[in-house]
Design a protein around this ligand. Sequence first.
Ligand code: LLP
Length: 421
Amino acid sequence: MDHFNYRDGTLHAEEVPLSRIAAELGTPVYVYSAATLRRHFGLFREALDWTDHLVCFAVKSNSNLAVLKLLGDMGAGMDVVSGGEYLRARAAGVPGERIVFSGVGKTLAEMRLAIEGGIRQVNIESEPEMRALSGLATSMGAEVPVAIRVNPDVDAGTHEKIATGRSDNKFGIPIARARDVYAEAAGLPGLRVVGVDVHIGSQLTDLDPYRAAYAKVADLARALRADGHAISRLDLGGGLGIPYRRDNNAPPLPLEYGRVIRETVGDLGCEIEIEPGRNIVGNAGVLLAQVIYLKEGAGRDFLIVDAAMNDLLRPAMYGAHHDIVPLVEPRPGAGLRRVDVVGPICESGDTFQKGAELPVLGAGDLVAFRSAGAYGAVMASEYNSRPLVPEVLVSGDHFAVIRPRPTFEEMLARDSIPEWL
Ligand code: LLP
């Protein structure tokens, strides 16, 4: 459930009409609902209330400081995958003790940043990284809590670009080799083994792959304990999917996901960490856009909007679907028109939906792309020299700009022409 609903015939975020935000700030613009963020984070907390846990928000899904601060103030931990994300989490007021550092290619400079600033746990993804971290920590006189990310060779049943738990993906250490790697880790200075980490993919709509992966993690944790390792934490990753269409079966709820965790690893008595991103912020955000033209093509019509693939990359990159709805509520029984919804960028891939059945719209009308809060603004660029899309946070009857649209002057000022040219 989210807080984007029609009221008095116009789409609102909580109590704010989205048309007001479009009028004040222009389009395209991302709009997030604070109440929805709080609600979704709360659902994960409830799902794990049977045990010691930390819900670490996957910063990659939406790294705006205001979003991180809102969640951090609710007690969220953060899952970061770069030095930049670490600094964002800290700047949002999240202490190092609540930050886990994931990612296959952490550089020495990034790991140094985290050790200096304080880190709850580094999730190691390979033997070379483990040795590098050991050397670094030792040189800094530090002892870093680590978990080793294992690759359970489970098919998450999701889009191939966002599946991470199969043996042919670049992620984690093959689970069959894990005991050897833990044995090496235990002998390395500067590292303190605290747990096991796994993440099998994103936008999972079925709990069975989780069940399979977590059962393997439970077996491994038992074997590691028998080998003498103190396994006190399990980081079970993120990935729980969201409904992108209002009209089909919704993926399982956090509560059901929590039950699978309890059934598979609950008896180990470990502290549980999870790293949800999309499920917390995806349906807490929309992208507002305005129709520029309705263009009649040969046999098909194009609704050209002022948002483009540089603002919301997911449809071009993954063929992802985002529901598109007009801000003015369609009258019951109003006619529909079949259109391709496209952006102004000079690529045919800049297409949001082909053959969409939408209420009749024309130049100046406003629309919202739903489910755009996760992997939306964070994947935006200035391709075609389009200003980076701004972001707004709504709470109740008020809103704030949490990232302004840059001016063209600001964009140009970032480049420089060498004096010898
Ligand atoms: N933990 C790790 C180690 C991850 O790699 C990811 C996502 C997450 C947690 C969070 O997954 P979530 O709960 O958000 O599904 N850009 C793609 C999604 C890429 C996900 C990458 N890793 C998209 O737009 O669908």
